[in-house]
Design a protein around this ligand. Sequence first.
Ligand SMILES: [Zn+2]
Length: 132
Amino acid sequence: MHCSQCGAEVPDYATFCSNCGATLKPVDAFAKTVGRVTKSALDTTARALDRAAKGVSPAIERAGRAVRPAADETVRAAKEVAKAAKPVVETTVRVTKETAEKVVKAAKPAVEKAAAVTEEAARKVKERARKR
Ligand SMILES: [Zn+2]
């Protein structure tokens, strides 16, 4: 991530900027990272479903040219499957979001404690930055 004060590149969970000594908010960075990972997982799921749908379509078309009634039946069946799968996908999305929120909540005290412990170090860096 980047320091909100001077823009210097700092490690993702740094509690202060090693360049200017500004106090950073690791909880925010952590929440941002979890959010990014969650979004990426959801995107991957959406892409997989999309690919699966695209893969099924040509097969249905081919079947349609050969045997029309059978194709209609296949389309009906595919729609039923999609309808049945929807709540599962929605539940997965919801559970993933809830888990991400729980992880952030659980990690918050530890991250905040680490921030407090390193505050003294941050003060020293600020001191050094002033003397320069
Ligand atoms: Zn900085």
